[in-house]
Design a protein around this ligand. Structure first.
Ligand code: GDP
Length: 333
């Protein structure tokens, strides 16, 4: 039997890697997209033609119910979220509606229809927020520090309630930062990969950065989506922390990126206080032991290989004109 998977947030980075994985496995993949956002389907590149698009707004509960009823998916992956966390301060209610509302509406649809659908909720290490222990695991308390993280905590508990009270096969992956050449340049890894490539080609002269001592658990998005899929293939629905278990600093990031094109970063990188963030004293790093044990999941791509690949991809895009020099100037810093 051909399985159907329904994905929200399909045009994002994770939507791309997850769709690619599921299509390879023979799934029929459907993506929920607001009617006015259909143009962004082009971001899926070669995958766009293989995906069934369901035009429905994620705030439209009857519309979502109708799509779920029509598709009767074996699996739903709820990945939709605002693309950049700091933006959630400007629109906390909109963030709550998108993050928590979408999860609640989809879970309600599955329950109401009484169908046998497995549900994946994209949770985030941001939910741990102000941690007082490192590394974090599935028992670490949530202390969210921004509206995005608070909304993710609410969505997470809503999913848990549906599992406990209504017996749905629902689970969440608490994912740490996961990157790729498909990351928007507002994120630090992509900002750095693009800048290193542009400087190498003489298209840019320097790179203004924030806190070089900030550390993150950076993994490869293509590895992390495999964990999402495996969570829905095991017998018991459970929640999992997904990360590499390794911390790297922004300084190591710029070093690796510039070295991969033969440049010494200290000649180009300047610290600009406008990129410094308040409240950044917490070390978010995963203990992925449970995922290793139950899902046989382990990251395959190292930090160094990931960053090097991102820089080389940006080099290629700049050389081919896929990113123009004027496009480079419009990239948010
Ligand atoms: P997130 O904050 O973990 O969702 O991901 P980001 O990629 O935006 O940021 C990761 C870390 O890089 C944070 O600790 C930032 O303070 C740090 N950082 C240092 N300089 C920059 C910068 O110029 N831009 C961004 N986005 N982050 C920076």
């Amino acid at each position: 039997m051909v399985k159907t998977a329904l994905i929200t947030g399909i045009t994002g980075q994770d939507g791309y890697y997850l769709s690619r994985l599921l299509l390879k496995q023979g799934y029929r993949v459907a993506g929920l997209m607001p009617p006015q956002r259909q143009a962004s389907l082009a971001r899926l590149g070669e995958l766009a033609n293989e995906i069934k698009v369901c035009a429905v707004d994620l705030t439209d509960a009857p519309g979502l119910l109708a799509v779920v009823e029509q598709l009767q998916p074996q699996e739903i992956y709820n990945l939709a979220a605002p693309s950049f966390v700091p933006d959630s301060w400007n629109d906390p209610l909109g963030t709550l509606d998108l993050v928590t509302g979408t999860a609640t509406r989809l879970l309600a649809a599955v329950r109401q229809l009484g169908i046998d659908t497995r549900f994946y909720q994209a949770s985030s290490s941001e939910m741990f927020g102000k941690v007082d222990c490192s590394p974090q695991d599935e028992d670490t308390p949530f202390r969210p520090m921004n509206p995005y993280a608070a909304a993710k905590v609410h969505a997470h508990w809503t999913m848990v309630h549906h599992r406990q009270r209504y017996g749905l096969f629902a689970c969440s992956g608490i994912l740490y930062n996961h990157e790729s050449s498909r990351r928007p340049p507002a994120f630090v890894t992509r900002k750095v990969s693009l800048a290193a490539a542009a400087i190498k080609l003489g298209l840019s002269q320097n790179l203004e950065m924030g806190n070089l001592d900030a550390k993150r658990d950076w993994g490869y998005a293509g590895d992390h989506v495999k964990a999402m899929w495996r969570m829905l293939q095991v017998d018991q629905p459970e929640d999992y922390v997904i990360g590499t278990g390794e911390l790297h600093s922004v300084r190591q990031l710029v070093t690796t990126a510039f070295e991969s094109v033969g440049l010494d970063w200290t000649r180009y990188v300047v610290v600009d206080p406008k990129f410094l963030r308040p409240d950044e004293h917490f070390q978010l790093v995963a203990n992925p032991a449970k995922a290793k044990r139950n899902l046989e999941w382990e990251p395959q791509v190292s930090f160094e290989v990931l960053i090097e690949k991102m820089v080389l991809k940006d080099l290629e895009r700049l050389q081919s004109g896929a990113i123009s020099a004027s496009g480079l100037r419009q990239i948010p810093h």
